[in-house]
Design a protein around this ligand. Sequence first.
Ligand SMILES: Cc1cc2nc3c(=O)[nH]c(=O)nc-3n(C[C@H](O)[C@H](O)[C@H](O)COP(=O)(O)O)c2cc1C
Length: 280
Amino acid sequence: MDLYDLLMKRRSVRNFKDKPIPEDIIEKLIDAANNAPSGGNLQPVSIIIVQKAESRIKLAEINEDQPWVKKAPLSMIFCIDFHRIKKWASLFNTEFKGENALAHFLIAYADLMCAAQNVATLAESCGLGSVYIGTIQSSLDEAREYFKIPQYVLPMMALSIGYPKSIPAGIPKLKRNVITHREKYAELNNDEIRKAFEDKYGDFDENANRYLEKAYIEVVEADKLHDKNWVEQAKKEMKKLEIKNNAQFLFKVRYPSEAMIKLNETIINSIKNAGFNFFN
Ligand SMILES: Cc1cc2nc3c(=O)[nH]c(=O)nc-3n(C[C@H](O)[C@H](O)[C@H](O)COP(=O)(O)O)c2cc1C
């Protein structure tokens, strides 16, 4: 399969077989991460390999009990690692103060995602499936404590990987022309914006089951794993909040604006707890 087809076929996988991943494949995945582009080639990235049952359970627990985190035979935790660079600099009579520089942080986070996406793509080509676990960003203190992560290291993203038991059929995406701006940014008018998201999500479906199947694949996947009755919970919430369209569903049920803003304090404190301070 050529790379375009592989990328067009890729879906986040949340339903994994109970089958271990051979060590030689894991090593190749790590090589792919290590060979990713990196700003200034500083490589401020470390990867924690999580395979043992106890660690998988803990990783799931600190990620809102997402069932696929526990089920996946392998998770990789991608960390921004300034600890190693700081030590190296100090051994050679100089200083690296990336923890105080927003520019270093942003580039390191971009490096980290380049590394992680190399893993996701190689995994796909090896017949594996993967899903990012971004919720770790709201549990940085817990993750750092359990995985014994030192100062100046932040576990910013996890990727759960395994052989797929099932792959979601499809997920709506915006059309190519909506995300493309040739030479200059071309603002969409209200009708164009309405149409862009209508094309993506379709009409809001009063049938909550059908709607969730299409627009919120995670709850349906979770139900398949019999961990929680997430569909019923989501349906109840939709009714209570009188959800009438796709945007309301996303920003009232899934990512309520106030709750997202409330997370700022937790995340900022955790980043500071790890010795980073570029907030002033
Ligand atoms: C930064 C990032 C964080 C994500 N975090 C989660 C997560 O915590 N749990 C989860 O089930 N999926 C997570 N995902 C997967 C998205 O839900 C998924 O990519 C999206 O629904 C589109 O589906 P697709 O990957 O099949 O195209 C994350 C994806 C990204 C890129």
